[in-house]
Design a protein around this ligand. Structure first.
Ligand code: MTE
Length: 307
């Protein structure tokens, strides 16, 4: 973990540059006094990364208060009301260790990483395996950009995400769980444009309870694939055993693609409850993102793609 102040949701480098440019032009035209007055408004305008219009959620954005107070984070609690407890996670300093089969294993500070990527906003549907769902405007950057920075070797087939383990997380005391929280994707999945690294939501920095300061967001898979508070990202030849698969392999697998027709052994996945309204709506295959991701699985028909 490591130092610096810049927050991922704030600004892409492009916008920072734009703002600086505008300010210096104004300074040249009008003198320093008026620039000082104009600066706060400009800074605010620059604080909102552009929304990517490609991915349309097709339903209302979940009110922020529900997405930030009804959470799954077993390091803190087996219940949903953990947002206050999660505040012990401090977003800075924060580093991510890049390990395994890559050109140069190293540790990167989140703010150094953010300087090398293009931050944007994406509104994604989120479907938990427990059959609740939400729709969230995330800010962050495509995971494919991190792949380019990490430079995995040709032998690497999987990318493995590991959540930070902080002694202040009470759940870590439970011997029942195989800590740390691990998740994985194939490199092909990781390179898909939908796979996203989130550093913010609702135009603010990512709250600790939702995985701040940095989490994975994989909208076509059940929510448990989207590991929170990333401390380590490694590249492997071998498929990892993810956290929930290690706990209950008959119920949770590696692929975990959303499918309304493949029931959980203990409940149906046909419908989902929207946080906030509690309306029940039909679940969609690949959570509605099939046009972008179904081709990833055309050669894997014999695997358990939907659990
Ligand atoms: N990551 C960690 N480290 N620990 C967890 O318990 N829960 C997962 C996922 N990531 C979890 C995690 C599950 S089951 C879901 S549905 C989502 O986080 C919930 O994300 P949210 O709390 O932001 O809604």
């Amino acid at each position: 973990m490591h130092i610096l102040r810049r927050r991922g949701w704030e600004v892409s480098e492009r916008l920072v540059t734009l703002e600086a440019l505008v300010l210096s032009r104004r300074a040249a035209l009008a003198g320093a006094g008026s620039v000082a007055l104009a600066a706060p408004a400009l800074a605010q305008a620059a604080a909102a990364p552009e929304r990517n219009p490609k991915y349309v959620a097709g339903r209302e954005i979940t009110p922020e208060k529900y997405a930030t107070t009804y959470n799954n984070y077993y390091e803190f609690s087996e219940g949903k009301n953990l947002w206050e407890a999660a505040q012990v996670i401090k977003p800075r300093p924060w580093t991510i260790s890049l390990e395994g089969q890559l050109k140069e294993p190293r540790t990167i500070a989140i703010d150094d990483l953010l300087k090398q990527v293009q931050v944007e906003e994406r509104v994604y549907r989120h479907r938990c395996v427990e059959a609740w769902a939400m729709t969230v405007p995330w800010t962050g950057f495509p995971l494919s950009q991190l792949l380019k920075i990490a430079e995995p070797l040709g032998s690497a087939k999987y990318i493995v995400f590991e959540t930070a383990q902080d002694p202040k997380m009470p759940g870590l005391q439970s011997p029942f769980y195989p800590w740390p929280y691990i998740e994985g994707l194939t490199l092909d999945e990781a390179a898909n444009d939908l796979a996203f690294i989130s550093t913010g939501m609702y135009g603010k920095s990512l709250p600790a309870q939702d995985g701040g300061p940095v989490r994975l967001t994989v909208p076509w898979k059940y929510g448990f694939k989207s590991a929170k508070a990333l401390a380590k990202i490694s590249f492997t030849e071998k498929r990892p055993v993810n956290f929930w698969q290690a706990i209950q392999p008959s119920e949770y697998g590696f692929w975990a693609n959303v499918n309304p027709d493949v029931s959980h052994p203990r409940w149906s996945q046909a419908r989902e409850r929207l946080l906030g309204s509690n309306e029940m709506v039909p679940t969609q295959i690949y959570n509605g993102y099939g046009e972008f991701v179904a081709s990833l699985y055309s050669d894997r028909k014999n695997e358990k793609l939907f659990m």
